[in-house]
Design a protein around this ligand. Structure first.
Ligand code: F3S
Length: 411
């Protein structure tokens, strides 16, 4: 592959993989079972990125393992209805077209672990680039992946391998920081707030939560259903990766490796961190306390699970919204929620269940959104910076109340 015998597209991919391997001192390459590519929105790619992808596809590069895509900047077949301009939509369609030409499945979701076909098994080696999904795969499922970049993930898909270093190795999966939580965690937004408090203090450390299981119901057998445990953990991992650069956390007595290996996973001399209040997080994440009029309430970051869509449908049944609501999710999850009638309930209230995109990677300012409310920690971290919007942050109940009244109410 490196010599070009498999064509220039494969050669380019192997050059990237081999260079990374040398930089990180990997002894060899490990075959991967699945690749998740991030950096798919035209908002992130720009014209240079779109051109690069098309060039690579034209060179004959094709993926050789199942490979899926992160959200794009718009719903692929409804961009006109979303108010997206052709000057954004055309390069976005071109980028996704290049991925598809290379054999990538255009799932356009950041939650590949909620797809029945792609749930990784414990011990699987992956090359995933979506940081929230990386945290979920490593921590909750016990699979093994580093936090790849967009090009390195695509290169791994084309050669079917990734350098064996970092989180692929047992010795790199030991906890540097032990965390004790001494304040109640009642709902998803609290897990987002916890991710802020911890993420800001630990950087890229591997974590051991010694009593987090006290705040978690058991994980469901079918992870693709989400459930309260999965929803809390996907929020926690997303925020830890956004406010810090956490790639793996263990929950004592709960996550797979912690269950099997116990405290042998804690490095000798690990630092200890006690969290006794979430107030500092809420003060920062609920960034604009004087903001009351909300243009867009957005839930589903990472993409909403079936459980979250059901909860929202229950809250909105028979009511009418006063402002826009996007429940962002994967197309396959939306199809399943439609079969259950929950999408119809949300739409009847005036909300949208939006597939393929989210309020961070869509060009929301260009469609008139200047203020948002969310219950998702990662959204509260990125939307003000990436989308230049004002932000309110709180519980799902507060978000739905804002959607119904158009205003954020004082707690
Ligand atoms: Fe997914 Fe967008 Fe959040 S890609 S993790 S919903 S910022």
């Amino acid at each position: 592959m490196l010599n070009g015998d498999a064509g220039p597209g494969v050669q380019r991919a192997m050059e990237i993989v081999a260079t990374l391997g040398r930089i990180y001192g990997a002894p060899d390459l490990v075959p991967v079972t699945h690749v998740q590519i991030a950096g798919v929105s035209y908002k992130n790619l720009g014209d240079a990125g779109v051109e690069f992808l098309n060039e690579w596809a034209d060179e004959g590069a094709r993926v050789r393992v199942p490979t899926t895509l992160n959200p794009a900047g718009m719903e692929m077949d409804r961009w006109q209805a979303m108010g997206i301009s052709p000057s954004f939509a055309e390069p976005q369609l071109s980028a996704v077209g290049a991925f598809v030409k290379m054999g990538v499945t255009p799932t356009m979701s950041c939650t590949p672990y909620l797809f029945p076909d792609y749930v990784p098994q414990r011990g699987d080696h992956l090359a995933w680039a979506e940081s929230s999904a990386v945290a979920f795969a490593n921590s909750v499922l016990g699979a093994r992946t580093n936090r790849e970049g967009g090009p390195s993930a695509l290169a791994a898909a084309i050669v079917g391998r990734t350098p064996r270093y970092g989180y692929h190795l047992d010795g790199e999966r030991l906890a540097d920081v032990v965390i004790e939580v001494r304040c109640p965690l009642r709902e998803v937004a609290d897990f987002g707030a916890l991710s802020y408090v911890v993420g800001k203090q630990v950087g890229s450390a591997c974590l051991w939560f010694e009593n987090l299981a006290d705040y978690l119901p058991p994980l469901p057998d079918d992870v693709t259903e989400g459930g309260d445990a999965g929803d809390r953990l996907k929020t926690l991992g997303a925020g830890l990766a956004a406010y810090g650069a956490v790639t793996l956390y263990h929950v004592a007595g709960y996550t797979p490796e912690a269950n099997d290996l116990g405290e042998t996973l804690i490095k000798p001399g690990a630092r200890r961190l006690v969290v006794d209040s979430l107030d500092p997080a809420y003060t920062i994440m609920d960034a604009d306390p004087d903001l009351h009029q909300i243009d867009l309430v957005t839930v589903g970051c990472p993409h909403a699970s079936l459980n979250e869509i059901r909860q929202i449908a229950d809250m909105l049944a028979g009511q009418h919204l006063a402002t826009q609501l996007w429940v962002t999710t994967a197309r396959i999850t939306r199809d399943r929620a439609r079969e259950a009638g929950w999408v119809q309930t949300i739409e009847a209230a005036g909300g949208q269940v939006v597939a393929d995109t989210c309020a961070v990677v869509a060009p929301v300012r260009s469609i008139g959104i200047t203020s948002m409310a969310t219950n998702a920690g990662k959204m509260a971290c990125y939307a003000p910076a990436h989308s230049k919007v004002k932000m309110r942050y709180g519980s799902l109940e507060q978000c739905m109340d804002a959607a119904l009244t158009g205003e954020w109410q004082a707690e």
